[in-house]
Design a protein around this ligand. Structure first.
Ligand SMILES: [Zn+2]
Ligand SMILES: [Zn+2]
Length: 383
């Protein structure tokens, strides 16, 4: 069975923060935990699937590999093993759950809801689309892009205030930053903890907020970011640049910048995976007699030999002149489709020559070269 997308498994956006990943995992893992679904094989499969997705996505390095290469980037059977050989079994899944969330019991006890943690000052994630030419895709590129986002406030250096007058304890929550409510439910006593709305979980309120940023420690602005694009990316591939999204509130952690690649159409080449295809117009006499001609490639020019008797539509192959594979850098090929162009305007001399050619050829109709259409098809399937 094909592996499901990890983000889909955890029911989260591709831009989800670590906290969102954790929260989504916790919610679903609790729902499908074997202790609560004794003997239910479907729930067990789901629980294992969740554990595996969580193990990859919570780890920034593994996540990046997954974001770039999909399952192949983190799949043990593909060599870059995340779990040292074997797949993710039930005991792995249980261990992953225990490690981050402790026992099952306290999930419904003192810890309560997800609202009980420190205030989230983390900045939001930003998404940009970055256009690349086929040549940039083939060689890899470094590009500078201007990103509109929240940047740290220069007036207060992100602190939210420039004065020394300090802050007052929030009277709504008494300084804890949280509002706690005890509820009784099926699972026993539940403590529902939410972030205090008055102080946004800070526990205190700045007496003298910065007038530039209103106390947030960040303002809307621009930043120029350099993006290194590896060779071989495809339309829709994206990169997550950690910490280059919105600045956090009052020097909180910055969000991420997600760069989505968009391929600009090329006037000469058409991309087919790692191969590129271009047309080569030739004269009838070149097709008949053969020739050596120059063709454009992604990195300059190359000479190709047209064998005598070539048919229109025939594909010539320049090995290694395509786009490198994102995974192992092996380049694809350049496919050159020969197009015999029939002249529509002839000089008097050409006309005479064609007439004598016609006489020499006679009345017999021509025959298709054997396997002509099959060869065209084969060029695209790589055989
Ligand atoms: Zn400020
Ligand atoms: Zn408060």
């Amino acid at each position: 069975m094909a592996k499901r997308d990890y983000y889909e498994v955890l029911e989260i956006e591709r831009s989800a923060s670590v906290d969102e990943i954790k929260s989504a995992y916790r919610k679903l893992a609790l729902q499908y935990h074997p202790d609560r679904n004794a003997g239910d094989k479907t729930a067990e499969e789901r629980f294992k699937e969740l554990g595996e997705a969580y193990e990859v996505l919570k780890d920034p390095q593994k996540r990046q590999a997954y974001d770039q290469f999909g399952h192949a980037g983190v799949d043990p059977s593909a060599g870059a093993g995340a779990y040292g050989g074997m797949g993710f079994d039930l005991s792995d899944a249980l261990r992953a759950f225990m490690r981050d969330f402790g026992g099952f019991g306290d999930m419904f006890g003192a810890e309560g809801g997800m609202g009980g943690r420190r205030p989230d000052r983390r900045g939001g994630d930003r998404q940009i689309r970055l256009e690349l030419t086929l040549r940039e895709v083939a060689s890899g590129a470094k590009k500078k892009v201007r990103v509109r986002k929240f940047v740290r406030c220069g007036t207060c250096a992100g602190a939210g205030t420039t004065s020394q007058s300090g802050s007052d304890t929030c009277t709504t929550c008494g300084g804890s930053g949280q509002i706690r409510r005890v509820q009784r439910s099926f699972f026993g006593q539940m403590v529902n903890v939410t972030v205090c709305g008055t102080c946004r979980g800070e526990g205190s309120i700045v007496r003298d907020p910065c007038t530039t940023c209103g106390g947030d420690g960040r303002v809307e602005g621009n930043e120029t970011v350099e993006v290194s694009i590896p060779a071989g990316v495809m339309e829709g591939n994206y990169m997550t640049l950690r910490g280059l999204g919105d600045a956090g509130v009052r020097n909180g952690a910055a969000g991420d910048l997600i760069v989505i690649f968009v391929e600009k159409p090329d006037s000469v080449f058409e991309r087919h995976g790692e191969d590129v295809l271009c047309d080569l117009p030739i004269h009838p006499h070149q097709a008949v007699l053969g020739d050596k001609v120059e063709v454009p490639t992604l990195d300059g020019k190359a000479r190709v030999e047209i064998p005598p008797g070539i048919q229109s539509g025939k594909i010539l192959r320049l090995r290694g002149k395509g786009i490198p594979s994102l995974r192992d850098k092996t380049p694809g090929d350049q496919l050159i489709r020969v197009v015999v162009v029939i002249p529509t305007k002839l000089s008097a001399e050409q006309k005479t020559l064609y007439e004598s050619l016609a006489q020499a050829t006679g009345d017999k109709p021509p025959k298709f070269a054997k396997g002509f259409f099959e060869k065209v098809r084969d060029a695209f399937t790589g055989s």
